[in-house]
Design a protein around this ligand. Structure first.
Ligand code: ZN
Length: 179
């Protein structure tokens, strides 16, 4: 089911999301939540979505990159579910991308983040999984998992002048972009 998106200003986006318990993870309600996340992400056209964005206070996010080409970097990540994730930067080196967010519609902002990260999380069966990522995927992961900590990309913009409306961004800036 497609669910309405909570936008910046909604308190659910500003709190640390609750851990998914093992019992809930194996329940029908949880499968339904995952379906709702997928439906909503596809409908609104994101490459990732986190549960708080549809008003659910739980540590779940999904990411799907299909033939996404950014910066000559072609990325394919089949739909991946991140439950109770912990993120660890793997380098002091940073990279910047122009980010966007379904919860902050119509805007783009330039954000610098660590260029390589390791994520430890659970899959839909509750099995622990580890993923290492760099480049654009590292940024997408950090953006989505920030949602589970009550953090929005706009919090991480160092230079507020590097925040623009989508149309002006395309007209005057159009560089690195993420959805
Ligand atoms: Zn977002």
């Amino acid at each position: 089911m497609i669910r309405p998106i909570c936008r910046m200003g909604h308190p659910v986006l500003r709190k640390k999301a609750q851990i998914v318990t093992q019992d809930f993870l194996l329940s029908d309600d949880f499968s339904q939540l995952v379906e709702d996340l997928k439906d909503s992400m596809k409908h609104y056209g994101g490459i990732g979505i986190a549960a708080p964005q549809i008003g659910v206070d739980l540590q779940v996010a999904i990411i799907e990159l299909q033939g996404v080409n950014r910066y000559g970097e072609v990325l394919d990540l089949p739909l991946q579910l991140f439950i109770n994730p912990e993120l660890h930067p793997m380098t002091e080196e940073t990279q910047g991308f122009w980010e966007g967010c379904l919860s902050v519609p119509g805007l783009r902002g330039y954000v610098e983040r660590p260029s390589a990260v390791r994520v430890v999380y659970q899959d839909q069966k509750g099995t622990p999984v580890e993923l290492e990522a760099q480049g654009f995927l590292a940024t997408v992961l950090q953006h989505e998992l920030d949602h589970l900590q009550g953090v929005l990309y706009v919090d991480r913009i160092k230079d507020p002048r590097l925040l623009a409306f989508q149309e002006e961004f395309e007209q005057f800036i159009k560089e690195r972009t993420i959805e």
